[in-house]
Design a protein around this ligand. Structure first.
Ligand code: ADP
Length: 465
């Protein structure tokens, strides 16, 4: 936790957390630099990208001159790119007026840039001298809003306000919207702490830290589980190959062992993927592929299995071919998941249809069954993590991860998923995917690789039926 504490360089404030929003009400140029110079120097010495946003009251050269009084190597920081000085117009202004969206975008951009370039985060000085009195309220509303995004980033900002331009009401707003406000009183700098904001920042930070630790733990445990499981699965497969030596009973045990290994593989894969999605580490590898052919192949490859449960699976499409930019492995997971649910919840004699509709700008994939259906009041929650329709009766075993993962994967494709269902009549899952294509790419390189692995994937996705 301590590595998130930064040295502020401001006396009476000391160490601060990432996400701290400070303001100074300055009386003079001297005041202005008394606080901001040591503040920026601390950032330069602590491996932070430092961004100084200046207004009409100072200039690039003047800031450098003041910094040089305290530091010998200011130039080298500018040359290396660790210290950036830019006018306020490049952050706050668009089409001659203040633009909140642009400002937020720019902060995010610089924080990302800092992390990408190997700095611990971004430290900024933001001079608000450019603010017209009449804009104060709009700007303070923005300062209040930004309070919600700063704590989520490795970002510290010192906002400089000209005291002579601020009346009591405005000062009250500034105090409300910053964690610390530095005010000069009797020739001394006084710090006004906004206790409420400080507590909020810290709670948020602890919540983030907890989430990070939890995700890391889940990812580690899941990977650790995978290794022994692969050994067991490999041994079971070897035993199966030698099945001439074992009797029928033993053969049945081996089958049960294998089936349960696949169930564990599925559960672990799902947990790993959900954890990655939560931590925003999940990457999909999109390429151009014919979605009609892909979905048809997946459907055909499970038809035989479904038939063994006396369920027919049919495929239909209103177009022969539709090339879209998507991750075929993930589309396969989505469709296999919906199909395995459809088979799981459809009694013998039932029918499952997989349909592809070309709707121009989007493609619709439908997996429809005439099985047991989902009660109306439960339909909203099935896409939520760990939700199962009937926990008490536990109609079937399962982790309740499947559909939440399907939804996350669909959304990674900028698509959406919906369900229509009626109890004892059946369920219909409808996926909409945008029809974008990527230029300059070969179309069907994916098919061979994907097809080779499919039988194994089906065993895994269908392991808990
Ligand atoms: P699980 O891993 O438990 O199957 P899912 O997220 O895949 O979890 O599904 C959540 C719940 O939604 C299931 O437990 C089941 O009750 C319900 N469900 C999903 N698909 C269907 C379907 N085709 N017909 C009936 N119920 C379904």
């Amino acid at each position: 936790m301590d590595d998130s504490l930064r040295t502020s360089g401001i006396e009476n404030i000391g160490k601060i957390y990432w996400g701290t929003h400070i303001a100074q009400l300055y009386d003079s140029v001297e005041d202005f630099f008394n606080i901001s110079v040591p503040y920026i120097m601390s950032g330069l010495k602590s491996n932070e990208l430092c961004l100084w946003i200046y207004s009409q009251n100072t200039s690039f050269d003047e800031i450098i001159k003041f910094l040089e009084v305290h530091m010998v190597d200011v130039d080298s920081y500018v040359k290396s790119g660790q210290l950036i000085l830019i006018p306020y117009t490049e952050i706050y202004i668009e089409d001659d007026s203040f633009n909140e969206v642009r400002a937020n975008r720019q902060w995010k951009h610089y924080v990302e840039r800092a992390l990408k370039e190997g700095y611990d985060g971004l430290r900024s000085v933001a001079d608000t001298y450019w603010l017209e009195k009449s804009y104060y309220r709009t700007f303070e509303r923005y300062e209040n809003n930004i309070q919600k995004i700063i704590p989520e980033m490795n970002f510290i900002v010192l906002c400089l306000y000209d005291a002579s331009k601020s009346d009591t009401l405005q000062i009250a707003e500034i105090i409300k919207n910053h964690s610390y406000v530095i005010i000069k009183s009797d020739d001394k700098y006084e710090i006004v702490k906004n206790v409420e904001l400080l507590i909020k920042d810290r709670q948020l930070l602890q919540a983030h830290e907890y989430d990070r630790l939890k995700n890391e733990f889940m990812a580690n445990v899941s990977h650790e589980l995978r290794t022994p499981l692969n050994v067991i699965l490999g041994t079971v497969q070897l035993l199966e190959l030698k099945k001439t030596d074992v009797d029928i009973k033993e053969h049945k045990y081996i089958k049960i062992l294998k089936q349960n290994c696949y169930r564990l593989v599925r559960l672990i894969n799902n947990v790993i993927d959900i954890t990655k999605i939560d931590a925003d580490f999940y990457e999909i590898k999109k390429q151009n592929c014919d979605i009609v052919n892909l979905v048809e192949e997946i459907t055909v490859s499970v038809a035989e299995y479904a038939l063994s449960k006396e369920i027919t699976v049919v495929f239909d499409a209103d177009t022969k071919q539709k090339v879209i930019n998507c991750d075929p492995d993930q589309i396969e997971r989505i469709v296999l998941n919906l199909l395995s649910n459809a088979i799981k919840f459809t009694p013998a004699g039932g029918k499952i249809s997989v349909l592809v509709h070309d709707k121009g700008e989007k493609i619709e994939l439908i997996v429809k069954d005439n099985g047991i259906g989902i009660p109306k009041d439960k339909q909203k929650s099935i896409f939520k993590r760990f939700e199962q329709v009937d926990k008490s009766l536990s109609r079937h075993e399962g982790s309740g991860i499947g559909l939440s993962l399907v939804k996350a994967l669909v959304e990674k494709h900028d698509g959406n998923i919906a369900v229509n269902s009626e109890e004892n009549k059946g369920s219909e899952f409808i996926i909409g995917l945008p029809c974008n294509i990527q230029n300059s790419e070969s179309e069907e390189s994916w098919i061979v690789q994907s097809l080779l692995k499919r039988p194994e994937k089906i065993k895994i996705e269908f392991s808990d039926i």
